[in-house]
Design a protein around this ligand. Structure first.
Ligand SMILES: [Zn+2]
Length: 309
C-alpha cells in the first residue's frame, strides 16, 4: 500500500473483472433504486406482452423457491416489469419472478439465435415464444443473485415482505418516525432495506451530502428539519440518477453514475470546494465533505488507524 495520508488510487470495476481482494478500491456498486427503476421501464417497454416459452435455471442456486413450479408461468404473457426496493419483478399473472441482481448481477437481453446453452456467468434464462430471451448473469464468484418464483401477492412473501417502504415514497413525518424508531448511524439507516428500500452505498453517500448531514449522525437525535432535508435529498439524488439512466440503452456500470462525493475522495466538493474525504470499511467506503457535513471535522479513516496501531 502507498502512503496512507496520500490519495488512494481508485480503479473502475467492470462486471467482467474478478473482484480484487487486496488494497485496490474498486468502483463497484450494487445497482440501486434509479438504475433498477429505469431498467424495469426499459424491459417493460420491450417485453410486456411477450409469451414465456421456458424458464431455465442455469445454476443449482439460481431459483430460491421450490414451489410453485416456475414452469407455471410458461405459456403466459409477461404482464409488466416493475421494481420494488432493489428487486426487479417480472409479472406473468399466474406467477411473478422476483429477481435480485446483488452486486455483479445483470438482467440482459439476448439476441434471437444467440443463446448458448452454457452462457458465461449465466444464472437463469427466460426464453420467449418470439425467439428473444432475457439472461440473468452474475460476475464474480459470490453467486448471490437469484430468482424467486411467487404465486399471489409478492409483497406479502419473501424476499419482499421484510422491506421498508420505497425510499422515494416517504414523507418527512414518516422519515422522522423511522429515524427515531431505528436508532443507528445515518449512513447505515439509509442502507437498511428493512427501514427504507432501494438505497445502497452510493446513494447513502450522496443523500447525506445533499442533505448536509454527517453520515455518522445518530438518527435518534435528528430533527424534523433534518427529516425534511433527507426527503428532499432522496428525491433530488434519485431523480438525477433516474434521468441519467433513462437516457441510456442499458443499465450503467457503477463508474458512470452521477454524484458529488461517492468515489470522489480527494476531489473538490462541487458545492463548497473543500476536499472530499472518505472513511473506509472492509466492503464499502463512506465519503463526505467536511465543510458541508461535519462542521469541518475530518473523521478518522478506519484503515489508516488500523495501519498506525
Ligand atoms: Zn462541500
Amino acid at each position: 500500500m502507498g502512503d496512507p495520508a496520500g490519495p488512494k488510487v481508485l480503479k473502475p470495476w467492470t462486471p467482467d473483472e474478478p473482484r480484487d481482494r487486496g488494497r485496490t478500491v474498486y468502483l463497484w456498486d450494487v445497482p440501486e433504486l434509479p438504475e433498477l427503476e429505469a431498467h424495469a421501464e426499459r424491459l417493460d417497454q420491450r417485453y410486456a406482452g411477450a409469451s414465456l416459452q421456458r424458464f431455465t435455471p442455469l445454476t443449482f442456486t439460481a431459483l430460491k423457491t421450490a414451489t410453485p413450479p416456475a414452469a407455471a408461468a410458461e405459456g403466459h404473457a409477461l404482464v409488466f416489469v416493475s421494481r420494488r426496493g432493489k428487486y426487479l419483478l417480472l409479472d406473468f399473472g399466474e406467477l411473478t419472478f422476483v429477481v435480485h441482481l446483488m452486486q455483479g448481477g445483470r438482467l440482459r437481453e439476448e439476441a434471437a439465435g444467440k443463446q448458448p446453452a452454457k452462457p458465461k456467468n449465466g444464472i437463469a434464462r427466460w426464453t420467449f415464444a418470439d425467439g428473444r430471451s432475457l439472461l440473468l448473469t452474475e460476475a464474480g464468484t459470490e453467486r448471490r443473485a437469484g430468482v424467486w418464483a411467487i404465486a399471489g401477492d409478492p409483497e406479502t412473501q419473501p424476499p419482499l415482505d421484510g422491506l421498508g417502504p420505497d425510499a422515494d415514497t416517504v414523507d418527512p413525518a414518516q422519515v422522522l418516525k423511522l429515524l427515531h424508531e431505528h436508532p443507528m448511524r445515518l449512513h447505515g439507516w439509509l442502507r437498511d432495506q428493512h427501514v427504507l428500500a432501494g438505497l445502497g452505498r452510493r446513494l447513502a453517500n450522496e443523500v447525506c451530502h445533499r442533505a448536509r448531514l454527517s453520515p455518522f449522525a445518530s438518527t435518534a437525535k435528528l430533527t424534523a428539519d433534518d427529516a425534511a432535508a433527507i426527503v428532499e435529498a432522496i428525491h433530488a439524488c434519485v431523480n438525477e440518477s433516474l434521468a441519467y439512466e433513462r437516457g441510456r440503452d442499458d443499465m450503467s456500470s457503477s463508474a458512470d453514475r452521477p454524484g458529488s462525493v461517492h468515489h470522489r475522495e480527494g476531489e473538490a466538493c462541487p458545492v463548497c470546494g473543500d476536499t472530499v474525504r472518505a472513511v473506509e470499511y472492509r466492503s464499502y467506503t463512506v465519503a463526505y465533505c467536511p465543510t458541508c457535513q461535519t462542521s469541518g471535522k475530518v473523521l478518522a479513516d478506519n484503515t489508516t488507524s488500523k495501519f498506525l496501531k
